[in-house]
Design a protein around this ligand. Structure first.
Ligand SMILES: CC(C)(COP(=O)(O)OP(=O)(O)OC[C@H]1O[C@@H](n2cnc3c(N)ncnc32)[C@H](O)[C@@H]1OP(=O)(O)O)[C@@H](O)C(=O)NCCC(=O)NCCS
Length: 196
């Protein structure tokens, strides 16, 4: 256990907006998401609002990945990532994750995604969801390792798609591999590192 924990994403500056802004304004972090880095807190806030559940897209769950400051336990934990569900698609409800690039390669991505799934599958309100789909650029081998680590099965490749693009008019088309994560037959009691 790394000490990270997950908590529901909230748009306030005190909780998650600043951390979200660090990620979305960092070109390395957003490269695989095919969005342009944001250039102001306001721009990040507008983007963040589109990531949360809305009346049009209500069944969305988004968790912030939090890292406590072990050197200064009185300092607040820092948001270093995001994990959750994104939107319905013809292939199923999409799932995704991102971490601030300066925290890559320490195992946080795999741990956060596994713990998100453990929490998600135990949700009373999501019992109808039998499968999630992660859509991954085949060149994004680290992301493929994250879903493989969570037991995903490889599905079809979608060519010439806008699926990950923020804005279809500006976005370039690309290729995405579908990775399916099935609801486990036996659901455990949920993740211990999610704090509600
Ligand atoms: C995908 C992402 C969340 C992974 O987070 P991470 O904390 O760096 O990943 P982890 O440290 O848990 O490593 C996952 C696996 O990749 C491997 N890995 C990590 N960095 C690597 C690198 N630079 N090159 C090759 N393998 C690497 C790890 O060894 C681990 O492999 P394992 O399954 O054999 O144990 C992070 O890279 C990210 O935010 N990327 C940008 C956003 C993104 O691509 N999101 C997914 C869109 S589909």
């Amino acid at each position: 256990m790394s000490g990270i924990y997950l908590e529901p994403l909230s748009v306030s500056v005190e909780s998650h907006l600043q951390g979200f802004h660090y990620m979305c304004s960092d070109p390395a972090t957003v490269k695989w998401l095919s969005i342009d880095p944001t250039s102001s807190l306001e721009e990040s806030k507008a983007l963040m609002i589109t990531k949360l559940a809305t009346p049009e897209n209500p069944d969305i769950d988004k968790l912030a990945v939090m890292l406590p400051n072990h050197n200064s336990p009185n300092e607040p934990a820092r948001m270093i990532g995001l994990v959750g569900t994104n939107r319905y698609s013809p292939q199923g409800l999409e799932t995704g994750y991102m971490l601030l690039s300066s925290y890559w390669g320490r195992g946080y991505g795999k741990e956060a995604f596994k713990e998100f799934l453990k929490w998600y599958w135990a949700l009373e309100t999501r019992k109808n969801i039998m499968v999630l789909v992660a859509k991954i650029d085949p060149a994004n081998v680290v992301s493929e390792k994250v879903v493989k680590g969570a037991g995903a099965r490889k599905g079809e490749v979608i060519e010439n798609t806008f699926a990950l693009k923020q804005n279809e008019e500006n976005g370039e088309r690309g290729t995405l591999g579908c990775w399916y994560i099935d609801r486990p037959e036996e659901v455990s009691e949920g993740s211990k590192i999610v704090r509600m």
